[in-house]
Design a protein around this ligand. Structure first.
Ligand code: N01
Length: 542
């Protein structure tokens, strides 16, 4: 309970109990701060709680898609596959929750409806859907970047006689598609994971593709005891490589240009990366994301692989991307995605050529007729980065709503703080590298920075911190410059730009300047007494 009406109930409220919220709670505890995590789901996991669609698996490898903060945890946890499936990651996060005794400070089935900053008390009032109000000094959002499902507004969806589901809101009891006619809309990372698994059970699968996509084979398999032991013995080196990397992955991007390599050598390098499989393909040459000609060499290599794998030339041509370069949209990895189109019961529908007109009780009507379906799956992605933060009402100093402040697109300082919103920290917020990196690595970096900052504020007797408008503006300009130095803003339909959500402002949201560079900047800001943030000492009360 509050000591008086100016002392908040808690030092911090954390919204979300995924990778970010769990570690944030652990660090707050370590600082001796009182904290509560509010989680709308019935369990921990965030992304890995909700995304239970067939084939849901991580594209990062298990030995580094995990926390680095505890050596004991690294050594005791056994991953079973090169790429962990959703249930395994969920088990891992449950294990972390119990191992660090976090559960008692997490309130499940608790949606946050609003959060309002009060200048008099320098605290936030957080209101839940049940009407409870919690007062805290600091509000820390750990809501993830890809948690607000984007279901397209297709006329007639409510008339569909079958079942439909978005992949990010998949029923926990599963969906039995055995013997059914299934349709799936979307061929991003999610759709590409789900298609082969749905095809294995469905009597007929129709894939509605709007934009053809590149994909690299995952080459998944069980993790042997030897591999696991090698990783465990090498964690110091693995973590050091991650910390110094562009994307938080434990691999180094080649310093060779794709344009300098002789064609045979270039082909051999791509071939080797293709055989190895996984996200590391994009590290083959230094300029794949910076130079359109260099990128085209990789794109063409991958187009040839699609033509090689897919038997029917007409289907293969529909699957070959031409409107964007490899990895200018988040590159998927797959297990037999393109091979799936060789199965007689799988059909590809190019909805740019034959657009979806409406959904009718029997299925999906495109301009070529009705595709009859029993189940329809929307693998149509998310209102990324800003969606989760705008899914509840955040009102800052002077009554400004975050929704208004971000009407023309998100702004913030380092992706961590927003001017006009004192004592708010946004883990992996817009303007941070987050989605361009291995997420747990970015999350830990943010959480550590926030925890160190809170420790600093307490030591200095400060109880109000706010990003300065100039620092925020300069950071926003730097984020745009960093993006412009890459090919990423050129992929017109990318969710990095908000282009997948009708009406969303087109702003390149993540920081593309690299994880290591970003970390150095954050460290320098902290060492410089939190340069760019206004810190105000606690008022003395008489
Ligand atoms: O979503 P997406 P996702 N009609 O937005 C199509 C992460 N992730 O869920 O490209 C027809 O990438 C849309 O078409 P277009 C990862 O960061 C991680 O697949 O906009 N089609 C596209 O094909 C990833 O990038 C893992 O033309 C419509 C698809 O739906 C992010 O999540 C695994 C449409 C959406 O692709 C999002 O991936 C999976 C419409 N109205 C995902 N609207 C890991 O392994 C949209 N589409 C950690």
């Amino acid at each position: 309970m509050a000591e008086d009406d100016t002392t908040p109930d808690l030092d911090a409220v954390v919204v979300g109990a995924g990778f970010a919220g769990l570690y944030m709670l652990h660090r707050l505890r370590g600082l001796g701060m009182s904290a509560l995590v509010l989680e709308r789901a019935g369990g921990v996991g965030g992304t890995w709680y909700w995304n239970r669609y067939p084939g849901a698996r991580c594209d990062s490898e298990s030995y580094y898609y995990c926390y680095a903060f505890s050596q004991e945890l690294e050594q005791e946890w056994e991953w079973t596959e090169r790429y962990p499936r959703q249930p395994e990651i969920k088990r891992y996060l449950d294990h972390v929750t119990d191992r660090f005794d976090l559960r008692r400070d997490i309130r499940f089935d608790t949606s946050v409806e609003s959060a309002r900053y009060d200048e008099d008390t320098r605290s936030w009032s957080v209101t839940t859907a049940a009407g409870d109000v919690l007062r805290c000094r600091y509000l820390i959002t750990a809501v993830g970047c890809l948690s607000a499902a984007n279901v397209p507004d297709i006329p007639g969806l409510d008339t569909f006689a079958g079942q439909w589901h978005h992949t990010g809101q998949w029923p926990h009891e599963g969906v039995d598609v055995r013997g059914a006619r299934v349709g799936i809309v979307g061929t991003g990372s999610t759709g590409i994971q789900a298609v082969p698994v749905l095809a294995a059970d469905a009597a007929h699968l129709t894939v509605f593709q709007r934009t053809a996509n590149y994909s690299i084979p995952a080459r998944n398999g069980p993790l042997s005891a030897e591999e696991s032991a090698t990783y465990k013995a090498s964690y110091d080196e693995i973590r050091a490589v991650q910390a110094g990397s562009t994307n938080g992955h434990p691999f180094v991007v080649s310093d060779e240009s794709a344009l300098d390599a002789a064609p045979e050598r270039r082909e051999a390098i791509y071939r080797q990366a293709w055989e190895r499989g996984g996200l590391r393909f994009r590290a083959s040459f230094r300029d794949l994301l910076a130079d359109a000609d260099a990128n085209e060499t990789a794109s063409e290599f991958l187009r040839d692989r699609i033509r090689e794998v897919v038997d029917d030339p007409e289907t293969a041509e529909k699957l070959v991307p031409h409107d964007h370069g490899f990895a200018t949209k988040r590159p998927p990895i797959d297990t037999h995605y393109f091979e799936t189109y060789n199965q007689p019961h799988v059909r590809l529908v190019d909805v740019k050529a034959t657009p979806i007109e409406e959904i009718v009780p029997a299925g999906v009507r495109t301009s070529e007729g009705v595709h009859e379906l029993d189940h329809l799956v929307f693998a149509t992605g998310f209102d990324a980065m800003t969606g989760p933060l705008l899914s509840f009402e955040i009102t800052g100093a002077g009554g400004t709503a975050l929704r208004e402040a971000w009407a023309a697109g998100p702004r913030g300082y380092l992706g961590l703080g927003v001017s006009g919103f004192p004592n708010l920290f946004t883990i992996t917020g817009p303007g941070s590298p987050s989605v361009l990196t291995n997420m747990p690595t970015s999350i830990e970096q943010h959480v550590d920075w926030i925890a160190d900052c809170l420790g600093h504020l307490r030591e200095r007797g400060v109880d109000r911190i706010e990003a300065e408008p100039d620092a925020e503006r300069e950071w926003g300009e730097h984020v745009q410059e960093a993006a412009e130095a890459t090919l990423l803003p050129r992929a017109a339909s990318s969710w990095y730009l908000g282009a997948n959500v009708p009406g969303k402002p087109r702003v390149f949201m993540p920081y593309a300047g690299g994880f290591a560079r970003y970390t150095r900047t954050c460290t320098a800001v902290a060492e410089d007494g939190y340069r760019g943030f206004a810190l105000e000492p606690a008022r003395t009360r008489v």
